[in-house]
Structures are given as structure tokens and as C-alpha cells.
Design a protein around this ligand. Structure first.
Ligand code: FES
Length: 120
């Protein structure tokens, strides 16, 4: 199912928007205008990846400097070890739609517990 995320014009190049799914998804627009969707939460600790910055097709988180490839979700720099989940993006009539992946997310344990209703 395609979820409307935001208007393309509402994401300046080099910025992102957030889709309030469970877990939330971050939609990034690169400086080249490409659009990618990945889980919002870093796989290392409970941190929102859009708080980092974009370098080409990578997002780097400022606290511990892990880097993720927006195309594949792969870790390009530690300390994160698990890839971040990616989602399919469709652009139609100026709107960004996201098809959520069926794959299980690689959430840090505290976030997974919180989403499951446990104590974080
Ligand atoms: S929280 Fe992302 S690298 Fe530590």
C-alpha cells in the first residue's frame, strides 16, 4: 500500500520529511533531487537519522558518525552494524508516496521494546 508522505515541493534538496508510521519513516531528498525513504531511527541507538546530514546518497548521524547508504540501507561507517530498512518511493502529481517494506526493521532494542508496549 502506498502511503502519501508529503509534497515533493515541501522537501528542499538536502532535507527530509517524516512519515508517522510505526516505526516512523524518513523521506530524504538529495542535493541531486533523488528521493529515498528509510526508517527514521538509527540502528545503533534511539536517534532520528534526519538529525544528521546528507552527503550525496549517504546520511551521517552526528552523534556517533555512522553512515547509511540511502539506496540500500547498508552501513557505510560504524558504530552501527545493522542496515537501516529501506522503502519504495513513488512520485506522482508532485506527491511523494512510500510503500512500506515487509521486512522486519532493525531497531535498537529500546525502541523495539517501546513499540511493543514494553519499557524503553
Ligand atoms: S545513534 Fe546512530 S550512530 Fe549512534
Amino acid at each position: 500500500m502506498m502511503n502519501p508522505a508529503c509534497r515533493l515541493a515541501g522537501i528542499p534538496r538536502g532535507e527530509s520529511c517524516r512519515l508517522e508510521t510505526g516505526p516512523p519513516v524518513a523521506v530524504f531528498r538529495t542535493e541531486d533531487g533523488e528521493v529515498y525513504a528509510i526508517d527514521d531511527t538509527c540502528t545503533h541507538q534511539d536517534a532520528s537519522l534526519p538529525d544528521g546530514w546528507l552527503e550525496g546518497r549517504e546520511v551521517e548521524y552526528p552523534l556517533h558518525a555512522s553512515k547509511f547508504d540511502l539506496r540500500t540501507g547498508a552501513v557505510d561507517a560504524p558504530p552501527a552494524r545493522l542496515p537501516v530498512r529501506t522503502h519504495q518511493v513513488l512520485l506522482e502529481d508532485g506527491t511523494v508516496y512510500v510503500a512500506l517494506s515487509d521486512a522486519p526493521p532493525n531497531l535498537p532494542p529500546c525502541v523495539a521494546a517501546r513499540l511493543a508496549g514494553g519499557v524503553a
